[in-house]
Write a protein that binds this ligand. Structure first.
Ligand code: NAD
Length: 327
C-alpha cells in the first residue's frame, strides 16, 4: 500500500536525511516537505531529491492552520520534525520554542485531525526525561515521568502532552519517538559535531564546555530514519518508543575523534563556561523498540563519526555559506 507522507521540518538536519532515506526505501510513496525555512532550514540539503516527481516542497509554518490543512489534502501519514531545536538558543529566546514546539504542534494536530490522517508521528527527544548523573545505572524508560530542565526540553515535553491529549480525547492515531543525539551529514553548524569539524578544518579552536565529561548517547541519522520507518509500519498507536543506541560519548571524546580524523593537534581544544543547566547525561532504554519492532542500530559509532567528519571535510560548499550567514 503506497503512502503519502507530510514531513514537517524536512529542510532541517534530521528531516532532510529522513526524506532522502524514505524516497530511496519507498520509491512508490509520495513525500511533501512542509517547512517554514527558519535559519535552520536549508533546501540545499535536498538538492539531490528536488527533481524527484514523488517529492514536493511547501513553505509554511506548522502554526498556520490554513496552509497546513491545505497541504494535508490526500496525506496518509504526518511525521513532525519541525521544531526549534537548539538548547543554547532557547536560553536567549524561550518564547519561540513554546510557540513553535507546543503551539505549532497543537495547530498541526488540529489540522491532522480535521484531515483525518491515518497516523501522526511526533519526533521527541530523550531530553524530556531530565538528566542522569554521570555514574547512575538507571536508563530512561518510555513510561518515566517527564522532568525537563531547560526551555527547549520543556517545550518538547509540552508537545508530547498535547500529542497524547489528541490521542485520548480525539482518538487521533498518534505515535511518539524519543531519540538520542543524532549525528550525520547536513547538520547545521551550531551543533557540536559540525561546529568542531568546521572549526578544526579552519584551524580554529574547538570550544568544549567546561564539564567536558558530560555524556550524550549518539545515533546516526540514518539509523534514526530506519527506526521511524519501523514505528510507522509496525508501531502501536498511542505508544511512545525510545530510539537509543547505548553508545555514550563525552564531549571530550567527540573533540578527540574530530581532531584525530582530521589529523589536527589536541592544542586546538579550549574550554568555555558551561551554559546554564547544562544537563549531564541522558541514556534511553531501547528494549521496547528492539523487542516489539525488531529495530536496532546498524551503524557503528567509530565508523559513523569518522564518515561524518570526512563528509564535512568534503562538502565545504554546503557549510561555508551557513557560517558566513551566521557570522
Ligand atoms: P533542525 O533545527 O535542524 O531543523 C528544524 C527544521 O524545522 C528546520 O528546517 C526549520 O526550518 C523547521 N521549522 C522550525 N520552525 C518551524 C515552523 N514553525 N514551521 C515549520 N517548520 C519549522 O532540527 P533537527 O536537529 O533536524 O531536529 C528535528 C527534530 O528532531 C526536532 O523536533 C528535534 O527536537 C528532534 N530531535 C533532534 C535531535 C538531534 O540530535 N538533532 C535529537 C532528538 C530529537
Amino acid at each position: 500500500m503506497h503512502q503519502t507522507l507530510l514531513v514537517t521540518g524536512g529542510a532541517g538536519f534530521i528531516g532532510s536525511n529522513f526524506i532522502r532515506y524514505w524516497l530511496e526505501a519507498h520509491p512508490e510513496d509520495h513525500v511533501i516537505n512542509l517547512d517554514a525555512l527558519t535559519y535552520a532550514g536549508n533546501l540545499a540539503s535536498l538538492k539531490d531529491v528536488e527533481a524527484n516527481p514523488h517529492y514536493r516542497f511547501v513553505q509554511a509554518d506548522i502554526g498556520d492552520y490554513t496552509k497546513v490543512r491545505k497541504a494535508l489534502e490526500g496525506v496518509d501519514w504526518v511525521v513532525n520534525f519541525a521544531a526549534e531545536s537548539d538548547n543554547n538558543r532557547a536560553i536567549h529566546d524561550p518564547g519561540i520554542f513554546v510557540k513553535t514546539n507546543v503551539l505549532g504542534t497543537q495547530t498541526l494536530l488540529a489540522a491532522a485531525r480535521d484531515a483525518d490522517v491515518k497516523r501522526f508521528h511526533h519526533i521527541s527527544t530523550c531530553e524530556v526525561f531530565g538528566e542522569l548523573e554521570l555514574d547512575e545505572t538507571r536508563l530512561f524508560r518510555e513510561e518515566d515521568p517527564y522532568m525537563p530542565k531547560t526551555p527547549y526540553n520543556a517545550s518538547k515535553a509540552g508537545a508530547n502532552h498535547v500529542v497524547m491529549a489528541y490521542y485520548y480525547t480525539f482518538k487521533l492515531p498518534v505515535t511518539i519517538s524519543h531519540c538520542a543525539n543524532n549525528y550525520g551529514p547536513y547538520q547545521f553548524p551550531e551543533k557540536v559535531i559540525p561546529v568542531f569539524a568546521t572549526k578544526a578544518l579552519r584551524n580554529e579552536s574547538l570550544p568544549l564546555f567546561k564539564s567536558s565529561q558530560n555524556k550524550r548517547e549518539w545515533i546516526h541519522v540514518t539509523d534514526h530514519a530506519k527506526a521511524i520507518d519501523a514505528i510507522l509500519h509496525r508501531g502501536r498507536v498511542g505508544e511512545a518508543y525510545n530510539i537509543g543506541t547505548l553508545a555514550e560519548k563525552s564531549v571530550e571524546d567527540i573533540a578527540d575523534a574530530v581532531l584525530t580524523t582530521l589529523e589536527k593537534p589536541s592544542s586546538l581544544k579550549t574550554y568555555i563556561p558551561d551554559r546554564p543547566q547544562h544537563d549531564k547525561r541522558y541514556l534511553l532504554d531501547p528494549t521496547k523498540i528492539q523487542t516489539e519492532l525488531g529495530w536496532k542500530p546498524e551503524i557503528d559509532f567509530d565508523k559513523g563519526i569518522r564518515d561524518t567528519i570526512l563528509w564535512y571535510r568534503d562538502h565545504p560548499e554546503w557549510w561555508e555559506p551557513l557560517i558566513k550567514k551566521s557570522s
